[in-house]
Design a protein around this ligand. Structure first.
Ligand code: BG6
Length: 529
């Protein structure tokens, strides 16, 4: 993660800091901890959606905040026969659409954008790419440092990595004065076997420390803040266990449907799309033991221990621990939306789940018996990602004669999106003569008293990759352990003769299938009405 803790007073974790009057940093100033190596960033899949919506706007925002190396060249690669100015024009529109265009700075950023057409299955084409890179490296003085970002469909990952290797682009430069890194977007395989296979292919050309497996959830502010919250304060850790915590809820709700990604989503479904990666990371951050150092491998070691302790779920009564759903038509934000099976590119009889609620247990000393409810779905009433820590009730109610047995237990909510906040609910007495309890909430908004630039998840992962920091990226053992947990569940769901009956339809704009409502109420109380 960019900017490490423990650098004196300035423990704000981001590498780019500016306009932070409370830290005595003058408005507009930028502080970069350490220098960034000059480099060339190649984006494979430059004509695609991810490049236009996330990657180039993220790079531009970094540029505006003085957070890119000097120099930094960006090369878009795609099958399209675009010219350099076609690419620049499209990226200009994309940045305008993303809403962060500063027209005075655009020309200098555009000057660093290049385009190179590429056939992913042609060694000749990669050879030309190598020549092209040598050329612009010289002109741009990037020292041969290169990042290859795979924003291409997953079926092209293996071939592309092999082609890079064969073209001599994956190794440190012959003169030993350049590095190369490869960034792989999810999904990393579609089950344990394919994940191992993909990894082996990557390793034919790249070493482990050259591979960056992205999970953009790890770079979300509140997700990163989890570790500071848990391990930078003394008061939470002693109660962060089965003695005090009744259950944990991890929710990632979306209003979006499948959009234009039916081809991918039909094969993936919610379990591969959200659970194998983002949900597992949220779970690990909530449940892991304190690492001995805030350092990539120590943190990833602790996460891996959580994955290893997951109690297998396959072959338990499925409906007890896993409920799957698919959205039917309905209304979102006042607009009628079609059901999943009516979306373009989706099989009209599709059994792909767009919603899942899973109850998992972590079999270790700290968590034995505490249910972790994980819920994610598309076309739910609002975009909301949060982690709910539900504490146990008081062991003895001394107020029972006045208030009855029921006193609401404390609840801590770590809000990831849309609001990055932490709230703690506890009981107080209502002012006045009568003795009445009321629940009140202590609320901390993450951006309170902070006016500096805000880096989004993609900006952070790109920056960390430039810095060679693996903290926000998956390690292969974690990927494989999560697949080991999920693959049998997927197999069971996908081969079960009652598959159709076990898929619950839910109306778009509601909080998922009827069958999950009791769990949902338990996790979210009345907040989600
Ligand atoms: C992606 C999934 O990884 O995460 C999408 O493929 C999902 O289906 C998205 O919509 C959610 O990300 P965020 O940052 O919008 O919560």
């Amino acid at each position: 993660m960019a900017g490490h803790l423990g650098k004196g007073e300035e423990t704000l974790e981001t590498i780019v800091k500016s306009k932070a009057p409370d830290l005595g940093i003058p408005p507009g100033a930028c502080v970069i901890e350490g220098s960034l190596d000059p480099c060339t960033i190649l984006i494979f899949g430059a004509s695609g959606d991810l490049t236009a919506r996330k990657l180039v706007p993220a790079l531009y925002n970094l540029y505006l905040n003085d957070g890119l190396p000097k120099p930094c060249l960006i090369v878009g690669c795609a099958r399209k026969k675009w010219t350099r100015s076609d690419f620049q024009g499209r990226m200009e529109n994309a940045i305008k659409k993303a809403g962060n265009m500063d027209t005075s700075k655009w020309p200098s950023f555009a000057a660093s954008l290049y385009f190179h057409p590429l056939e992913y299955d042609s060694p000749q084409s990669f050879k030309k790419l190598a020549d092209f890179l040598r050329d612009i490296d010289k002109k741009g003085s990037t020292g041969g440092n290169r990042i290859f970002y795979l924003a291409i469909p997953p079926f092209l990952y293996k071939a592309t990595a092999q082609m890079l290797g064969r073209a001599g682009l994956s190794v440190k430069s012959a003169r030993g004065n350049g590095w190369s890194r490869i960034v792989v977007e999810k999904p990393f395989g579609r089950d344990l076997k394919t994940a191992i296979d993909l990894n082996q292919t990557l390793h034919e050309s790249f070493q482990e420390n050259q591979i960056y497996r992205i999970d953009h959830y790890l770079a979300k502010e509140t997700v990163q803040n989890m570790m500071i919250f848990r391990f930078g304060n003394t008061i939470f850790e002693p109660i962060w266990n089965r003695e005090y915590i009744d259950y944990v809820g991890i929710i990632a709700a979306e209003t979006l449907g499948v959009e234009h990604r039916a081809g991918y989503y039909e094969q993936a479904g919610v379990l591969r799309d959200m659970f194998q990666n983002h949900m597992m990371q949220l779970l690990a951050l909530t449940a892991m033991e304190p690492p001995s150092l805030f350092e990539a491998d120590r943190v990833r070691d602790e996460k891996v221990k959580v994955f290893r302790s997951l109690k297998p779920l396959a072959n338990t009564g499925q409906e007890e621990n896993l409920i799957l759903g698919q959205y039917a038509s309905g209304t979102i934000d006042g607009k009628k939306v079609p059901g999943y099976r009516d979306e373009s590119g989706v099989n009209p009889e599709s059994l792909t789940p767009t919603f899942a609620m899973m109850r998992v247990f972590i079999d270790n000393w700290r968590w034995r018996g505490v249910p972790f409810y994980m819920v994610s779905g598309k076309r739910l009433p609002k975009k909301l990602t949060e982690i709910v820590i539900q504490f146990r009730g008081v062991p003895h109610s001394m107020f029972r004669t006045i208030l009855g047995e029921h006193i609401m237990a404390n609840q801590l909510i770590l809000g990831v999106q849309p609001d990055e906040r932490i709230t703690l609910t506890f009981q107080t007495k209502n002012p006045g003569a009568t003795f009445c309890l009321r629940s009140v909430t202590m609320d901390f908004n993450y951006y309170q008293n902070y006016s500096g630039p805000i880096l989004d998840a993609y900006e952070k992962v790109l920056l960390d990759c430039i810095q060679g920091d693996h903290l926000l990226f998956w390690r292969q053992d974690g990927v494989e352990l999560c697949w080991s947990f999920l693959s049998p569940i997927l197999e069971q769901c996908e081969t079960c003769p009652e598959r159709a009956e076990q898929l619950h339809l839910y109306e778009s704009g509601t909080w998922g299938p009827q069958a999950t409502q009791a769990w949902m109420r338990q996790i979210t109380g009345s907040r989600l009405r």
